[in-house]
Structures are given as structure tokens and as C-alpha cells.
Design a protein around this ligand. Structure first.
Ligand code: C2E
Ligand code: MG
Length: 614
């Protein structure tokens, strides 16, 4: 087929320029002219879907489809290869040019048959009949990808040489200051023209683990790859920047207020779904998700919008990550309180506001003390004594649990060693959170604390919540084995409190099961609670593991637990968590029962057990 045959003359205009050239017998001249233009020359309809009457072969280089496909009605409308995000822009510019009978120039992305996108520049002109009725558009589409790449390389080089201020060195994206400037401009425009703008803060979930496991270079490459993915799904008019760390900021305007921001956020999350292959780590596909906080206009200051997006981002993280949340005013109070709590906790560590209470653990048959559990408390300068349940999640999320946990470990070991020296051979139980258990240095820390205090390893019991075992099982089991290799004991805490790692217990090297206090509390009116306790005690027996019941408050609960042959327990019936001095007073009255010694079972009426409180 010759170039000329691809013209589709209309009734009104049977002789477009190329056809006329053909009639003049200058086909070769025309072919050479079109062939030498580094772009796709076309004549197309004036309205969407921009059906082509003619387009030169170069379109196949740009889009991956043969030119003929674009010229058959409905087979491949040109609109279908314009990036969906850019269609509105293209249409707006072209319509505007046609309405004033002028020419247009625009830049947008074409979607190639292989799925990639490339930047093109289009220069066109509407052709009208003598009455001014638009007939068609003549124009050319030029490839811009090389130019864009050169620009980017130029930018990077400039950034590398410190010449391009306002850009992040790693990704060459706008940095915090430039993002703020651009947002300021957008806010001014939006106040004038009344359109919607949205700020998105995107934080990668668990990015730290990429750096930790593969090194910082892999982390850097991943950040660059994520930046490229985000850029590929955004419109040319949107801004994507990197304010710092593993956080990206996206500024978009002209979205519809109802669902527009959410649709864009979904697109960003979708863009993360395909695993990343990063330079230097080609054989390791990296999967990562992101959390997104969204804030829309109605603010005068860029900082207010960014702060609200950050609050919504925190909410998205709290909701389980890999999701997006739009800011609502009521989030602000909770976020402020949370920020205050975080700041207070940082201070608490420096100001020595943490202290430890010890709750005695009893051998149920003999009702003798055999150990203690160290429980963290916070003496807040205004709020008074704060229980761990109100601040432990924040310690865990902020990573403050690492220094606090390490401090508690040393303190507890020192205390236990001192009691041993006084002849009270108690076991010391400490609670280890999921994050602490995941930390590579935990074993070294435990080893260090034991060595520094000369506490024998078998006197230290590490309590691990059942929930922790539901996470990365392989890491957890490895960590528990490493701890056991030091000679310390391991207990699974909060057993049955809503998680079910029971099926996995055989894989875990443990010495004791701690039955959650909700079972003990429910014993009065729930036969299921009694049968659950029975099952857990039997499971312990089968696996050769001791059982301990928490939250024993009533004499009859103790009697029932004794009947179930649950060996150990703790609870307010015996003693609340108390200060070390109060515990020492108990120890002088009550001899310590050796943990693993054989003790004959005694049926001791509950009424004879003294209740001790601090
Ligand atoms: P847990 O390990 O299950 O600790 C037992 C909790 O039961 C303690 O609450 C204790 O005060 C409470 N308790 C004791 N006897 C009774 C009773 O008869 N009835 C009732 N209703 N409760 C009783 P606490 O001290 O508020 O600690 C709550 C949780 O905070 C602990 O649960 C533990 O998961 C966590 N925690 C405490 N200290 C630390 C710590 O140093 N590190 C870590 N990672 N977690 C800690
Ligand atoms: Mg515990």
C-alpha cells in the first residue's frame, strides 16, 4: 500500500494536499518528505475520538501500532492511545484552538502497545471551509522522550553538582521547600479560580526493613523506582516531590471533590502492586506498599494543608497501612493528643520517669512465691501514674520501646540478681514486644544484661505475646531459639486472647504458657472458659510445658485452677504489682518456692490464702 492510498478523501474535500501531490505525480517527493520528518504527520477529524484520515508510518515507532489501524473507523481511535490522564487536557487545548480558528501546541503522553508511556509534542492547525466550519486538523506528533531524558539527566547532573536548588538529590524530585512553594502557588490560584486542590502524603510501609535486609543502596534504588512509578501515573500538571526519607508528596489540582482524591490515591496504590526490580538487585523482586494521607483545600497556608495530610497519613498507618485516608477535622484532636504523648514519652526516658513494679508469681498448690513479673509504669508529671496499656502502643510505633525495653531488661536483671544474693531465688519475667523480638540485637542485649549482673540465665523468663508469633514466624522462631541457646526461659503470654498461634506452638521452643486473664475472669459464667483452660493445661502437659494463669482475683478461681492442675498463677488475690521494697517484705514472710522442684499437691482452702496488696 502506498502512502497515498491511506488518505481517505471526504465528499466535501476529495483532494487533501497529499492526494493533490500524488495527482501531480510527485509520490516519491511526498514519500521522501513524510519519511524524513522525525514524527507522525497526520490529518484527523476535529472531534474525539480523533479518527485519522491519514497518519504517516512514524506513528508505529511512537505507539507500536501500524498506521493503517488508526485510519479504519472504530478500529483504533487515536484517543485510545492518549494517556487517560492527559485526554481532558488534549481535548481542552484542541477545542479552544478550533474555536478561535488558530493553531495549537501541546505536550502529553502516548501509551505504547508495550504498555510504556512516552512524552510527545503535537503541533496542529484546524482547517475550516470558507464558511468557517472546521473540517479537519493537520498536524505532526513529535517524540519528546529523548529530550525529556536529557533534561532529567541535566537536572541530575545539576543536582549532583549542587546547582539545582529545591530538588532532592536522590530522586531529583522537588524537595520540601519547593513542594511548599508550589503548594503556595496552587493555593493562590485556587482561591482565585475556585477549583479543588489536594495534597497527598505517601509513606512507604516498612521501608526500613528493605534498608535493614538489603542495605541502603537497595533502599535508594527502590525510592528512585517508586518515584518513577508515581510520576508515570500522574498528570503533567501534578507535582510529585520527596520531602524526605521514605515519604513522597503529591499535589494535584482540578480533581472532583467527591471521589477525585480517592481515585488518585487508588491509582498510586495500584502503581505499587507490581514488584519492583531495582538496579543492582535484578534477581530480587521487591514488594512494598504505601499509606496515603489526603487533605483538600480550604486552608490559606501550605503548611496547614501538609499538616492535615500528615494527620490523615498517621490514621492510614493506624488502620493497617496500604490504604488511604482523607483528613477530617475530628482527627486533629486525637492526632494532637498523640503527638503530645509522643513528645512526653521522649522526655520521660531522659527524665527517668519510668519505673518498674513487680507482681509475684505463685506456685498454686503450695501458694508460695516462685517468681515475679516486671511491669513498666510511667510517672507523668501531670497525669500521675500511667498504665502501660495507654502508652505501650506508642512506644512500640515510635521505636522508643528499644531504649525503654533495654533499660527495663538491665534493671530487672540487676534486681533479680540482688534478690538472689539475699537468698530469694525468684525467676524474673519480663515482657518483650513484637518490635523488640524482631530486633537483631535483642540476643546480644539479653546476653549483656545477664553478664553484667551475673544473673543465671535460667532465672530470666522472656514473655512473648501470642500475637507476636503471628507475625514473621521464621524470624520469631529463630530469635526464640537464639534466646533459648543463652539458657533463658521463654513463656507465651496472653494465650487465647484473640489470636491463635496454638497450632504453631509445637514449632516454638517454649517453657511456659500464660493463660490470658480474660479466661480466668470468665470462669464464673462461661463453661467454655473453663473448658478452654482445661484444654490449655492439657496442651501444656502434652507438650511438656508449664502453665500459668493470670488475673486470679477470687478464691474459688484459685480452687478451680488447682483442680485443673494449672501449676502457676498471679493476680490480685495474691498481690497487685508492687514496688520492690514491698515485695521484699513479702519475701521475708514467705519462703521462695523453687520453680522446678517437685511439690506435693495440697488442697488448701482459698480462705486461708492471704491477700496482699501494695
Ligand atoms: P501482661 O503481661 O498480661 O501483664 C499482666 C497484666 O495484668 C498487668 O497489667 C497486671 O497489672 C494485670 N493484673 C495482674 N493481676 C491482675 C488481676 O488480678 N486482675 C486484673 N484485671 N489484672 C491483673 P499492666 O501492668 O497494666 O500491664 C499490661 C500489659 O502491658 C502487660 O500485660 C504487658 O503486655 C504490657 N507490659 C507491661 N510492662 C511491659 C514491659 O516492660 N514491656 C512490654 N513490652 N510490655 C509490658
Ligand atoms: Mg506479661
Amino acid at each position: 500500500m502506498t502512502v497515498f492510498n491511506r488518505f481517505v478523501p471526504t465528499e466535501e474535500h476529495p483532494s487533501p494536499p497529499a492526494a493533490k501531490m500524488a495527482e501531480r505525480g510527485s509520490e516519491e517527493q511526498f514519500r521522501s518528505l513524510i519519511g524524513n520528518i522525525p514524527g507522525a504527520v497526520y490529518r484527523r477529524e476535529c472531534f474525539e475520538p480523533w479518527t485519522m484520515r491519514f497518519i504517516s508510518d512514524h506513528i508505529e515507532v511512537l505507539a507500536g501500532y501500524p498506521a493503517s489501524e488508526f485510519m479504519q473507523e472504530n478500529l483504533r481511535p487515536f484517543e485510545s492511545i492518549i494517556c487517560p490522564d492527559d485526554r481532558e487536557h488534549v481535548s481542552g487545548v484542541v477545542r479552544e484552538a478550533l474555536s478561535r480558528g488558530g493553531s495549537f501546541s501541546l505536550e502529553y503522553r502516548l501509551i505504547h502497545a508495550n504498555g510504556s508511556s512516552r512524552w510527545v509534542a503535537e503541533h496542529g492547525r484546524g482547517v475550516a471551509d470558507p464558511g468557517g466550519r472546521p473540517l479537519w486538523i493537520d498536524g505532526v506528533i513529535l517524540d519528546l522522550s529523548a529530550q525529556r531524558e536529557a533534561e532529567q539527566l541535566g537536572d541530575r547532573a545539576e543536582v549532583r553538582h549542587g546547582r539545582l536548588s529545591g530538588h532532592d538529590i536522590l530522586t531529583c524530585l522537588p524537595d520540601r521547600i519547593l513542594i511548599r512553594d508550589r503548594l503556595q502557588q496552587m493555593l493562590l490560584r485556587c482561591q482565585r479560580d475556585h477549583f479543588l486542590i489536594a495534597a497527598f502524603l505517601v509513606d512507604l510501609d516498612n521501608f526500613r526493613s528493605v534498608n535493614d535486609s538489603l542495605g541502603q543502596q537497595a533502599g535508594d534504588e527502590l525510592l528512585k523506582a517508586v518515584a518513577a512509578r508515581f510520576s508515570s501515573v500522574l498528570r503533567a500538571s501534578d507535582t510529585v516531590g520527596r520531602p524526605g526519607g521514605d515519604e513522597f508528596a503529591i499535589l494535584a489540582e482540578g480533581l472532583s471533590l467527591s471521589a477525585g482524591p480517592e481515585l488518585l490515591a487508588e491509582r498510586l496504590l495500584d502503581a505499587m502492586k507490581e514488584p519492583f526490580r531495582v538496579e543492582g538487585f535484578d534477581d530480587i523482586p521487591l514488594s512494598i506498599t504505601a499509606s496515603i494521607g489526603i487533605a483538600t483545600n480550604d486552608r490559606d497556608e501550605p503548611d496547614d494543608l501538609l499538616r492535615d495530610a500528615a494527620i490523615a497519613l498517621c490514621q492510614a498507618k493506624a488502620q493497617g497501612r496500604n490504604c488511604h485516608v482523607r483528613f477530617k477535622p475530628e482527627m486533629k484532636t486525637a492526632a494532637m493528643e498523640r503527638l503530645e504523648l509522643e513528645a512526653d514519652l521522649r522526655e520521660a526516658l531522659q527524665e527517668n520517669q519510668f519505673f518498674i513494679l513487680y507482681q509475684p508469681i505463685f506456685e498454686l498448690d503450695s501458694v508460695g512465691v516462685c517468681g515475679v513479673e516486671a511491669l513498666l509504669r510511667w510517672r507523668h508529671p501531670v497525669r500521675g501514674i500511667v498504665d502501660p496499656e495507654s502508652f505501650m502502643p506508642v512506644l512500640e510505633e515510635t521505636g522508643l520501646i528499644a531504649p525503654v525495653g533495654s533499660w527495663l531488661l538491665k534493671q530487672a536483671c540487676r534486681r533479680a540478681a540482688a534478690w538472689h544474693r539475699l537468698g530469694h531465688h525468684l525467676t524474673m519475667s519480663i515482657n518483650i514486644s513484637t518490635r523488640q523480638l524482631g530486633a537483631e540485637n535483642l540476643v546480644d542485649q539479653v546476653h549483656g544484661a545477664l553478664a553484667a549482673t551475673a544473673l543465671e540465665p535460667r532465672s530470666l523468663v522472656i514473655n512473648v505475646a501470642e500475637q507476636s508469633l503471628m507475625n514473621d514466624m521464621d524470624t520469631m522462631v529463630r530469635r526464640l531459639r537464639e534466646l533459648k541457646a543463652l539458657g533463658v526461659l521463654v513463656a507465651v503470654d496472653d494465650l487465647g486472647a484473640g489470636y491463635s498461634a496454638l497450632a504453631r506452638l509445637r514449632q516454638v521452643p517454649i517453657d511456659a504458657l500464660k493463660i490470658d486473664r480474660s479466661f480466668v475472669a470468665a470462669m464464673a459464667d462461661s463453661p467454655e472458659a473453663i473448658s478452654s483452660i482445661h484444654t490449655l493445661v492439657q496442651l501444656g502437659r502434652t507438650l511438656g510445658i508449664e502453665t500459668l494463669a493470670e488475673g486470679i482475683e477470687q478464691g474459688w478461681q484459685l480452687a478451680s485452677l488447682q483442680d485443673e492442675h494449672c501449676r502457676f498463677g498471679q493476680g490480685s488475690l495474691f498481690s497487685q504489682p508492687i514496688a520492690p521494697e514491698a515485695l521484699e517484705a513479702i519475701l521475708t514472710l514467705e519462703p521462695v518456692v523453687p520453680l522446678r522442684g517437685h511439690l506435693p499437691r495440697q488442697s488448701r482452702p482459698a480462705s486461708t490464702i492471704r491477700r496482699r496488696n501494695c
